[in-house]
Design a protein around this ligand. Structure first.
Ligand SMILES: NC(=O)c1ccc[n+]([C@@H]2O[C@H](COP(=O)([O-])OP(=O)(O)OC[C@H]3O[C@@H](n4cnc5c(N)ncnc54)[C@H](OP(=O)(O)O)[C@@H]3O)[C@@H](O)[C@H]2O)c1
Length: 211
């Protein structure tokens, strides 16, 4: 699958690396193909190709957005046409002062993103844990995979996202439409406060048990 990353820092770089090693054609959408971020991602995996931003998006089937949330309003609208019809995996989280919800708990960041690109098929995923778990999500000995909660309005886009989530070693858990993104963003804040403030392990993840 042709996959493009917009943003390849703490979150994007390990996911891009793993997906390329799983056999996907993975591209770094670059404002500057010689940037420090590109160099660092390629030092991790030289098979990651840097391609100018809009071209990279046009050539992709799936686009991961892993930028600071505040950058989305600047980054995304110029790419709206190129993103039309694409699966857009939103890894971003709106975080406000004091680890509060950045959009005042009213609208999710993913719904705000969807409004910027109405023709893209937004799926929120890879947001509820810290990047440590995107680097390495092996939890040996439990007999159960860590859960990756995701949501979106387009069933086919969610099926594509679920496939990638599963290939990356997570148990995909579809939690519903994009209106559920607000609650995933609160899960993120819960995790961040537990781990970054209260001292829980950064390798803490959730598992979904049903019977
Ligand atoms: N850190 C975590 O543990 C974690 C976990 C889950 C979700 N998230 C969310 O994931 C997103 C990324 O977090 P991160 O920690 O990976 O951030 P990061 O390490 O700072 O990386 C951000 C990436 O976005 C790029 N970027 C910034 N502004 C841009 C713009 N205007 N146009 C295009 N690219 C731009 C940066 O490129 P340059 O370096 O070239 O500026 C960099 O590649 C955030 O929304 C965050 O809330 C973070």
């Amino acid at each position: 699958m042709n996959i493009t990353f917009i943003g390849y820092g703490n979150v994007g770089a390990p996911l891009a690396d793993h997906l390329q090693r799983l056999g996907h054609s993975v591209t770094l959408a670059a404002r500057d193909v010689n940037s420090e971020a590109v160099r660092m991602a390629q030092a991790r995996n030289p098979a990651l190709k840097a391609v100018p931003l809009e071209q990279a998006v046009r050539e992709a089937e799936v686009v991961f957005l892993a930028t600071p949330f505040m950058a989305n309003a600047q980054v995304v609208p110029p790419l709206a046409e190129a993103l039309a019809g694409k699966v857009l995996i939103d890894c971003t989280n709106p975080v406000g002062p004091g680890l509060t919800h950045g959009l005042n708990n009213v609208q999710s960041g993913s719904q705000a993103l969807q409004a910027l690109v109405p023709q893209a098929r937004v799926v929120k995923a890879f947001t509820i844990y810290g990047f440590e778990n995107f680097e390495n999500n092996a939890y040996p000995g439990y007999g159960v995979k860590p859960a990756m909660f995701f949501c979106g309005n387009d069933a086919a886009a969610k099926a594509t996202a679920a496939g990638l989530i599963g290939q990356l070693g997570w148990e995909p858990l579809d939690v519903g439409g994009l209106e559920q993104a607000l609650h995933l963003e609160h899960m993120t804040l819960l995790w961040v406060r537990m781990v970054r403030v209260k001292g829980h392990s950064p390798h803490l993840v959730w598992a979904a048990l049903t019977r």
